[in-house]
Write a protein that binds this ligand. Structure first.
Ligand code: AMP
Ligand code: ZN
Length: 466
């Protein structure tokens, strides 16, 4: 299996340190708000990588940290008149709910910085002892000039960076590029006791300390969005390797951005859709298929057309899923020849080539076409064929990619659709109350497409079927 390593800029053969165990660390969200579908892309693609490794019989320990001390958190907690703990508790719960709606497998551990102050302090202490960090009156900085490999991940060079950083004036730092590993406490900010006095950790040191605690000094895979290559991951390498003297990460994996109008989707630009808003309007499978249909390292330009076309794709999968469920119940019938092995091999070949999910999805749609063709051309096929087809679908499209879920198909089949329509009406009323007219109209139109007509009156909304 080949994996592209950001560090070497090459696809490399994947050989975990302690096979069949694989340790994987993903930089998770800052829990101060609902996450957007750009973050969602990073989370879902890391979920798919983990699931494929499990498909290959690796035993994966998957750790995703939650950043719960940070300037953005402090600012938002002050604005909302909450303590930072109250704020992060609220958004941690929302995060877990949303990733469950995304049908992600939960991580083995979701470590939080506030629960790892001892480990963080220990790493900083080692850095000081090894001469890589210095304390200036309760502020501790990392001395990047001491670390020979600085820049090896991002390809940046210290001289160029220094030229760019001169403008920043900070008399405390020996070099303008040195970064904080411990920040002296300020009025109104949460702080912890340490050997350097009251303060809080810098962001980068949190990930170094938590990955070491939960996965050991050298880990197999460390992943995150492209934006984290520099400075976050570059600094993590500098800290971890200076503290332990060992290689920190074997394979660095980075996900391309989800963009809107060719601009990165981000909270600060305000051009974002929260995952929960989109998941109110489209099934998780459609959004997952949208992600899967691009290479994980390429950018995606998000649009309504794109998600609607992905939704049409998942409808094709669902339709075949239902046919397979029915076919399995058949008694008697004739045996047909079908080369299932060919599809298993094509699927693995695509995924083994640096998780080429778009190719893997193409294999699945070819499979759908061929199965449908076989069903159309043969009159009375026995249940064995349907069972094998379902097995293929379940182990690839469901268990690895998560773009169809058989249990949901059964629920959809057995439950009365009026319940779903009432849910949609409720969502639309909520959208109207929030003056989100666009969403309200979209819900009305999508119901109309399904033959459900809404009628508003003073008493509320009712519906009738065409
Ligand atoms: P944050 O909450 O901003 O720290 O981001 C959480 C994770 O989402 C990190 O791994 C980021 O690199 C990633 N991320 C942020 N914005 C995007 C985006 N527009 N597209 C893809 N990944 C993103
Ligand atoms: Zn991190």
């Amino acid at each position: 299996m080949l994996v592209y390593n950001t560090l070497t800029k090459k696809k490399e053969e994947f050989t975990p340190i302690n096979s069949p165990n694989v340790s994987m660390y993903v930089c998770g969200p800052t829990i101060y708000d609902y996450f957007h579908i750009g973050n969602g892309r990073t989370f879902v693609m890391s979920d798919i990588i983990r699931r494929y490794l499990e498909y290959k019989n690796y035993k994966v320990t998957f750790v995703m940290n939650l950043t719960d001390v940070d300037d953005k958190i402090i600012k938002k907690a002050n604005e909302e008149n909450l303590s930072t703990a109250e704020l992060t508790e609220r958004y941690e719960a929302a995060f877990k709910k949303d990733i469950a709606r995304f049908k992600m497998k939960p991580a083995d551990v979701y470590p939080k910085a506030t629960e790892h102050m001892k480990e963080i302090e220990e790493v900083i202490e080692k850095l000081e002892q090894n001469g890589f960090a210095y304390n200036v009156d309760g502020n501790v900085f990392y001395n990047i000039g001491k670390f020979k490999g600085y820049g090896k991940l991002s390809g940046k060079n210290i001289d160029d960076l220094e030229a760019g950083a001169r403008i920043e004036i900070n008399n405390e730092k020996q070099n303008p590029l040195d970064f904080s590993v411990w920040k002296k406490s300020k009025e109104g900010e949460p702080s912890w006791k340490s050997q350097w006095g009251q303060g809080r950790p810098g962001w980068h040191i949190e990930c170094s300390a938590m990955s070491m605690k939960h996965l050991g000094e050298t880990i197999d895979i460390h992943a995150g969005g492209n934006d984290l290559i520099f400075p976050h991951h570059e600094n993590e390498i500098a800290q971890s390797e200076a503290a332990t003297g060992k290689e920190f990460v074997r394979y660095w994996m980075h996900f391309g951005f989800l963009n809107i109008d060719k601009q990165k989707m981000s909270k600060s630009l305000g051009n974002f859709f929260t995952a929960r808003d989109i998941l109110d309007q489209y099934p998780a499978e459609a959004l997952r298929l949208l992600f899967v249909q691009s290479h994980y390292r390429s950018p995606i330009n998000f649009s309504r057309e794109l998600i609607e076309s992905a939704q049409k794709g998942t409808e094709k999968l669902d339709n075949l899923g239902r046919v397979l469920n029915d076919g399995i119940k058949k008694v008697g019938g004739i045996k047909v020849e079908f080369d299932f092995n060919k599809f298993y091999s094509l699927f693995s070949a695509a995924m083994d080539d640096d998780f080429n999910t778009s190719q893997a999805a193409a294999v699945i749609f070819d499979f759908v076409r061929e199965v449908n063709k076989t069903i159309a051309e043969n009159e009375d096929i026995n249940s064995d064929f349907f069972r094998k087809a379902k097995e293929f679908f379940q182990s690839t499209a469901e268990t690895v990619l998560g773009i169809i879920h058989f249990t949901d198909l059964e629920v959809k089949e057995s439950s009365n659709d009026s319940e779903w329509i009432l849910e949609q009406i409720e969502l639309r009323s909520k959208a109207k109350a929030e003056k989100n007219w666009q969403l309200a109209d979209e819900i009305r139109n999508s119901l109309a497409e399904k033959g459900v007509i809404l009628e508003d009156s003073k008493l509320g909304t009712t519906y009738k079927k065409k």
